[in-house]
Design a protein around this ligand. Structure first.
Ligand code: AMP
Ligand code: ZN
Length: 465
């Protein structure tokens, strides 16, 4: 069996055949850093983390690039509303984003190109599109002419009628609906609302549209033609459709072979989103005392193409699942003596895990295989028939599968997030200053947040309560 992915472009499960044998180049649309990401966003990044980790597990040398959108309509609006500069806003939220992905155990991408660091690349691409006759200008802005790209709509499968009726007008906004498929802005001429956000370039005074950012940066970091491009399902139209149009018209080459999209995280049947106000940030959930590993498990456990409802019951179920894994590991660690090496059970579990994950990352099936394994081995442990060697094999298997999922390693290995570490440092400082009341208050606050401080000869350590 080989790895198969459901490809939004072909609408079927295709075997994964990389452009370069043994390698996989992945571009994933990253956050617009104007606010804290919500856990709906993290569902998308979690799915991409699983994809990346699984390809690594299957022996691919993966290169993963994720952009940071640091200039875009919503951001500029937020600058206007808060009186903050683009840089102030984006630096703060980029930092928060990195803290959050670390807390969730999401592997860092190999590169996080920011749009504002790549204005020349975007300008070059727009110039190329202009030279090739794919653009026109209106009121100083430059638009992509949809009629010059007959394949437009192939990814999102929007019908030709929609395009015909919409094709006559143009759209300035970064985000819009499929019914409004129109010539879209590549370069937006400055207007008053943009305030201090503009670049003086050969294209005039203005700023790039959102879509050109991902075409220019993915090509810069991964080449004209690369393997996999991901995002949430809402990115498919117009964003990815526009990316394809820009990239293919500029390079004259194929762009991406596999387009993978994850379904939304829902709340009471509606997409979790900033605009509906029905969202939780990771920080909100941690403040409520939830364990980041349980949040990771919750976001991971539903197949990525299936809408998942976020509920606190689901997090509780994840907590129970993690407890079972931890209890099992403790039991294995304490197993002694001669006995069954559990080779058959380990091999069957790994085979089932790989079979399910090869099938478009069927994580629910794969997790089920591991829990069957835990049940079977527990029975052998009850009967006293498994020995130390078997326990070692089982632990080694869990560690291997942890590299894919991040939920099978020991709970104690959980790294404390930066804000917790900062508080530990503040408590040490208070103790040094003999302000024991302040030190105790910090300790109590940490305990409330689910962390205990242990004073050891090597200094203070923090672990999960
Ligand atoms: P944005 O910052 O809105 O561009 O979103 C960043 C990423 O999160 C994109 O890939 C979106 O598709 C994804 N996303 C946004 N909301 C959700 C949600 N409720 N469930 C899953 N993914 C989402
Ligand atoms: Zn993008």
């Amino acid at each position: 069996m080989t790895v198969h992915f459901y490809n939004s472009l072909t609408r079927r499960k295709d075997p994964f055949e990389p452009i370069t044998a043994g390698k996989a180049a992945i571009y994933t649309c990253g956050p617009t850093i104007y606010n804290f990401a919500h856990i709906g966003n993290f569902r998308a990044y979690m799915f991409e983390d699983l994809l990346r980790r699984y390809l690594m597990f299957r022996g691919y040398d993966v290169k993963h690039v994720m952009n940071l959108t640091d200039v875009e309509d919503k951001l500029i609006r937020t600058c206007r509303e808060t009186g903050k500069s683009l840089k102030e806003l984006t630096e703060f939220y980029a930092q928060a984003f990195f803290e959050d992905i670390d807390t969730l155990g999401i592997l860092r991408a190999h590169a996080y190109p920011a749009a504002t660091d790549h204005i020349p690349e975007m300008v070059d691409m727009i110039k190329t599109l202009r030279e090739k006759g794919h653009t026109y200008e209106a009121k100083g802005s430059i638009y992509f002419k949809l009629s010059t790209f007959p394949d437009y709509g192939a990814l999102s499968h929007i019908d030709a009628d929609t395009l015909r009726t919409g094709g006559s007008g143009r759209v300035d906004a970064d985000e819009y609906e499929a019914e409004e498929a129109r010539d879209f802005a590549l370069w937006k001429a400055w207007d008053e609302d943009d305030g201090e956000v503009f670049w003086e370039t050969e294209l005039g005074k203005g700023r790039p549209g959102w879509h050109i950012e991902c075409s220019a940066m993915s090509i810069k970091y991964l080449g004209n033609h690369f393997d996999i491009h991901c995002g949430g399902i809402d990115n498919m139209f117009p964003h990815h459709e526009n990316e394809i149009a820009q990239a293919r018209c500029a390079t004259g080459q194929p762009f991406v072979n596999y387009w993978l999209h994850c379904a939304h995280l829902m709340v009471d049947g509606r997409k979790m989103s900033k605009s509906l106000g029905n969202f939780h940030t990771l920080r909100d959930l941690l403040e409520k005392g939830l364990d980041p590993r349980a949040i990771r498990y919750t976001l991971l456990a539903t197949h990525y193409r299936q809408p998942a409802n976020f509920t606190f019951e689901a997090v509780e179920a994840a907590t129970q699942a993690l407890r079972r894994i931890r209890d099992f590991r403790i039991r294995l660690a304490e197993t002694t003596g001669e006995g069954d090496a559990l080779q058959e059970e380990c091999a069957a579990c790994e085979k089932a895990f790989v079979r399910d994950m090869d099938d478009d990352l069927n994580i629910s099936g794969a997790l089920g295989a591991v829990f069957n394994f835990i049940r079977d081995v527990n029975k052998k442990l009850d009967a006293g028939s498994a020995g130390r060697e078997g326990a070692d094999n089982a632990l080694a298997l869990l560690d291997r599968l942890d590299a894919v999922t991040g939920v099978f390693a020991e709970a104690d290995e959980e790294a404390a997030p930066q804000e917790i570490l900062d508080q530990v440092a503040a408590r040490q400082e208070a103790r040094r200053n003999k302000d024991f009341a302040a030190a105790d208050a910090i300790r109590d606050a940490l305990l409330e947040a689910g962390w205990v401080i242990e004073d050891t000869p090597d200094g203070a350590r923090v672990k999960r309560a």
